[in-house]
Ligand binder design. Structure first.
Ligand SMILES: CC(C)(COP(=O)(O)OP(=O)(O)OC[C@H]1O[C@@H](n2cnc3c(N)ncnc32)[C@H](O)[C@@H]1OP(=O)(O)O)[C@@H](O)C(=O)NCCC(=O)NCCS
Length: 179
């Protein structure tokens, strides 16, 4: 498994995977292109044997204090082997390096696999957005991660203690967050 920062030349294979992974609410090519080009985010691809098997993105504005997992997807045939967790971990590292203290995401309420992945990294549900995903009419579960606590765990428990401040309300989240 090779993880590297995505470039504009990854757009076509990313869009192929985007459309198969999110058949009813895939991003447009223009939106994905803008995401890849944004200096306020980082997209990472997972390659093996020259094939793109996964991608994910984080929005982490330098100095903002919070970040959003924008999307993550692994090709169906490659799921269940730790690639999703590796991608998520890399995105969380990026957010930490850019100074984020909290990370937010939205996940479909009918996506127990992704929800289990996020919960296992320490994300907790802080809100629901009813009928957020259209046209499927599915609620969004808003999850939040204390990134300082996550980083302390990743470092073996000897880093900065977890931030116990009040989580930011879901209503302040911007960006697509269409995980
Ligand atoms: C969600 C997704 C990225 C996970 O990637 P993955 O490579 O399959 O996941 P991993 O192998 O790294 O597993 C990580 C965790 O996910 C959960 N998980 C993975 N497969 C699962 C399954 N079949 N059933 C339940 N939980 C599962 C587990 O918590 C697992 O941890 P564990 O192995 O310690 O039990 C992948 O399933 C995917 O691309 N799904 C379609 C797109 C999508 O839903 N993206 C998320 C949008 S928010």
């Amino acid at each position: 498994m090779t993880l590297r920062t995505a470039t504009a030349s990854d757009l076509a294979p990313i869009m192929d995977l985007e459309r198969t992974s999110f058949p009813t609410d895939a991003w447009s090519e223009a939106m994905m292109s803008a995401e890849l080009a944004s200096p306020h985010g980082r997209y990472v691809v997972d390659e093996s044997g020259g094939r793109l098997l996964g991608y994910g993105g984080v929005r982490a504005v330098q100095g903002a204090g919070d970040a959003d997992i924008q999307t993550i997807a692994i090709a169906e045939a490659a799921r269940g082997h730790g690639r999703g967790r590796a991608l998520l971990t890399e995105l969380l590292r990026t957010a930490h390096e850019r100074g984020a203290r909290e990370v937010f995401l939205e996940v479909r309420a009918d996506n127990p696999v992704a929800t289990a992945l996020y919960a296992s990294e320490g994300f907790t549900e802080i809100a629901r957005r009813p009928r957020y995903y259209q046209p499927d009419d599915v609620d969004a579960v808003v999850m939040q991660l204390d990134l300082a606590g996550w980083a302390a765990n990743a470092a073996g428990g000897d880093a900065t203690p977890a931030d116990t401040s009040t989580p930011q309300p879901a209503g302040t989240i911007d960006g697509k967050g269409w995980c």
